[in-house]
Design a protein around this ligand. Structure first.
Ligand code: FES
Length: 105
């Protein structure tokens, strides 16, 4: 599947998520050290949205619902590793953010 344009990179904020639906998948994006990170906007614990979470300087955040701790890098769950969140490949081109959502997602 090819990359899809989502929004301008200026729409992203350090320490916060910005959500968008791409090809029917609810996603959330943030930027850290100039890199765009994209996770599924669905906590792998109970499927509730994570986009209200505050992201700490080390890239970790807590799910706003039951407090499971994750890292934006790889969506790894620090509380229970089996609960890691799916991540998606991104790129920045000409000031816009693009994401690749695999078929069948
Ligand atoms: S839904 Fe995220 S910790 Fe429960």
């Amino acid at each position: 599947m090819s990359f899809q344009r989502v929004f301008a990179v200026t729409d992203l904020k350090n320490g916060r998520f910005t959500s968008a639906e791409v090809m029917g998948v609810d996603l959330c994006f943030t930027i850290k050290d100039g890199e765009v990170v994209c996770l599924e906007n669905s906590c792998s614990h109970m499927g509730l949205p994570i986009d209200r979470a505050e992201i700490k300087n080390d890239g970790s955040f807590e799910c706003p619902w039951h407090g499971f701790a994750f890292n934006i890098e790889g969506g790894r769950c620090k509380t229970y590793p089996v609960y890691s969140i799916r991540t998606f490949e991104t790129k920045i081109e000409d000031g816009d953010v693009f994401v690749r959502v695999d078929e069948g997602s």
